[in-house]
Design a protein around this ligand. Structure first.
Ligand SMILES: NC(=O)c1ccc[n+]([C@@H]2O[C@H](COP(=O)([O-])OP(=O)(O)OC[C@H]3O[C@@H](n4cnc5c(N)ncnc54)[C@H](O)[C@@H]3O)[C@@H](O)[C@H]2O)c1
Length: 379
């Protein structure tokens, strides 16, 4: 297949590409390096400055077709041209600004998140409609689109009975940041194009991803992006970095906020499962892509307990929640469809946390501890 990976310099995009390097597919990678640019301008730094994609591809020395294009998916002419030239079988769309705090900093960043994410999704799907409607679009959404409703979260859709009649609708969505709201709007846009023009689309409602890929041979020249700061980092990375710097693990508010998490290996596997199960024309498949639920406090406790085994002893400290979110809530999200299609979960355990910590310790001198405590407040 010809696979176009958008956002290939990012954490998931690069991991996905690296996994497919051992396949015989033709790979076309795209990124505009906006994540690097935004991080630099906000003085946030990854654990390791990874080489640019072109350099990393050279380091891997793959035999099959592997091309990289530095372009901006939010520029219609550019994305239209690339789709016209490649006519891909599959497009995997990671190319978005995925930070909730970034989207809440100020007017400029709020708009940039909405603009970049919606304009990119629009350009991709509109070009597919015109040029290549048989292409399978796989889009990364987020479990955060659903919010924390006081009822079970279904996989994408909800059957509603109203005054003796019934119908199926997108499950109600209510994001808790402008980033999450942009993802909700993406889903609406994709559903519109799918039903209106008979496209084949999969929207993956993914929980926070953790772990390192490639996870066996983590040479610096092919290493994945690892962020741990208050704006671009995810919670598990943040806790691990705090622990190895002998700082308390800071939990926002009560720490009872529950979310569904997934290992990077499983995230890649889910996308490969989605690739093998292309929706019919006019069908939008939605999967909830996570494997287990934790509260933030449970996650902090697991990191504390695991790292004690390698003689790192830290406490957990509750700090004022910078976000506006429910801190004590019901959470029961369905996630059985990918399992039915063959996903075997790699559950989070002490060994994995120690493995990530050992990797981070190699670059301990790069860690900027002053970038961890939250600086962006929702109100
Ligand atoms: N990482 C997670 O835990 C997680 C969880 C749920 C959903 N997701 C979703 O998965 C996708 C990828 O997440 P990630 O963690 O790899 O993010 P990331 O920021 O590491 O990667 C995104 C990449 O896309 C690029 N990009 C952004 N806008 C672009 C544009 N207009 N044109 C070209 N390239 C562009 C960035 O430069 C970056 O390299 C996002 O859509 C995100 O919402 C991620």
């Amino acid at each position: 297949m010809k696979i176009l990976i958008l956002g290939a310099d990012g954490y998931l995009g690069w991991s996905m590409a690296a996994n497919l390097f051992s396949s015989s597919h033709d790979l076309f990678l795209v990124d505009n390096y906006s994540k690097r640019k935004h991080m630099k301008s906000l003085k946030r730094y990854p654990l390791l400055e990874t080489p640019l994609v072109k350099k990393r591809i050279q380091n891997i020395k793959r035999k099959g077709v592997t091309k990289f294009y530095q372009l901006d998916c939010s520029k219609y002419v550019d994305i239209h041209k690339i789709i016209k030239n490649i006519m891909p079988d599959v497009v995997i769309h990671f190319a978005e600004l995925p930070s909730a705090p970034f989207s809440m900093i100020n007017t400029t960043n709020s708009w940039e998140t909405l603009r970049n994410n919606l304009q990119s999704t629009f350009n991709i799907i509109h070009s597919l409609k015109d040029l290549s409607p048989k292409t399978h679009l796989i889009k990364l959404g987020t479990m955060g689109e659903y919010g924390t409703p006081n009822i079970d979260i279904e996989e994408g859709w909800l059957n509603i009975k109203h005054k003796k009649r019934s119908d199926r609708f997108l499950y109600p969505r209510q994001g808790s940041s402008l980033y999450h709201t942009s993802k909700i709007m993406d889903t609406d846009l994709i559903w519109f194009y799918t039903r209106m023009y008979g496209l084949s689309c999969t929207d993956l409602m993914q929980g926070p991803v953790y772990g390192l890929y490639p996870n066996k041979k983590l040479d610096d020249d092919v290493a994945p992006l690892f962020t741990y700061d208050d704006i671009f980092g995810t919670v598990l990375n943040r806790f691990i970095i705090q622990a190895i710097m002998n700082q308390p693990l800071t939990v926002y508010g009560t720490g009872n906020q529950i979310r569904g998490y997934i290992n990077i290996l499983d995230s890649i596997e889910c996308i490969k499962i989605a690739m093998k199960n292309k929706p019919k024309r006019g069908e939008l498949k939605i999967y909830n892509q996570f494997t287990e639920q934790f509260s933030v406090l449970e996650l902090a406790e697991l990191v504390r307990k695991s790292l004690k085994k390698i003689n790192i002893n830290v406490n957990i400290k509750k700090v004022k929640n910078p976000r506006v979110e429910k801190e004590n809530h019901y959470y029961n999200a369905k996630h059985s469809n990918l399992k039915k299609l063959g996903l075997k979960a790699n559950k989070l355990n002490e060994k994995m946390i120690i493995q990530i910590a050992n990797y981070c310790m190699k670059y301990k001198s790069n860690i900027k501890i002053n970038t961890i405590m939250p600086k962006v407040k929702w109100k």
